[in-house]
Ligand binder design. Structure first.
Ligand SMILES: [Zn+2]
Ligand SMILES: [Zn+2]
Length: 243
């Protein structure tokens, strides 16, 4: 399985999980034409798209996805907030109820995001094992150690030490987002022998800090785990087994 990053910031978020015969998209925050390019125009392989929440950097192009015939899945509140299109395949998923989307098994769960209903997703596929995807979260309210997660696509937005809490847009920009320290804490809490990769996403403006984030994370995971930052154009193999 390949993970491709189309966008991963407040400018727009979009990812593709590309298996041999099927594709699952994450987020509707990048133009659909950019998605098509990233998946080499294999549109017929798309089984659906998981949307986390209604903020425009994640949901701006939802209508275009629906118009293109893509099934979009999210929580009820987010679905309500986005105008539906007649005949579109737009679904709300109940929390913790597993749903099959092609060969992907998906379990949604709420993560706190400063009052905005926001889903994280536990995604299972025979090629990838288990991948946990969560972004725009204050903290993860559940522990997934028992699920033995192989891969994380997880927000690390900013570093606490560089934050001036007196700046006027502090609340708007950072409240509801995970710091690098929060992200590291989440990995620590869910760390098992099965961990293969940690891809940090939705980095804030200071994404030049990426190298530092990677180093800090690798102190926790060890060198055998692939740690990376989700920058547009990144393509990484995320497989269940190391070989
Ligand atoms: Zn966002
Ligand atoms: Zn958001």
């Amino acid at each position: 399985m390949k993970l491709k990053v189309i966008g991963s910031s407040s400018k727009g978020n979009g990812y593709a999980l590309i298996a041999e015969n099927e594709i699952l998209l994450l987020e509707c925050g990048c133009p659909f034409k950019e998605i098509k390019k990233a998946i080499d125009w294999q549109i017929l392989k798309i089984k659906g798209c998981l949307l986390t929440h209604g903020h425009s950097d994640h949901s701006k192009y939802t209508k275009d996805f629906l118009k293109a015939g893509i099934s979009v899945f999210t929580n009820e509140e987010t679905k309500q907030a986005i105008e539906d299109i007649t005949g579109a395949q737009f679904y709300s998923l109940p929390e913790f109820k597993a749903v099959r989307i092609g060969g992907f098994k998906v379990i949604p769960f709420y993560v706190p995001h400063n009052g905005t209903p926001n889903y994280g997703y536990l995604i299972e596929h025979k090629e990838v094992g288990r991948l946990l995807f969560t972004t725009d979260y204050e903290y993860i309210p559940y522990n997934f150690k028992k699920q033995q997660i192989q891969h994380f696509l997880i927000e690390a937005n900013y570093q606490e030490q560089f934050i001036d809490k007196d700046i006027p847009n502090y609340e708007h920009k950072l409240l509801g987002h995970a710091s690098m320290e929060t992200c590291i804490g989440a990995i620590k809490a869910n760390l098992t022998q099965n961990l293969r990769s940690v891809i940090m996403c939705h980095l804030g403006a200071g994404s030049s800090a990426g190298k530092y984030f990677i180093n800090e994370m690798q102190k926790i995971t060890g060198r055998n785990v692939n740690v990376d930052c989700a920058v547009p154009g990144l393509a990484v193999e995320i497989n269940k087994d190391p070989f």
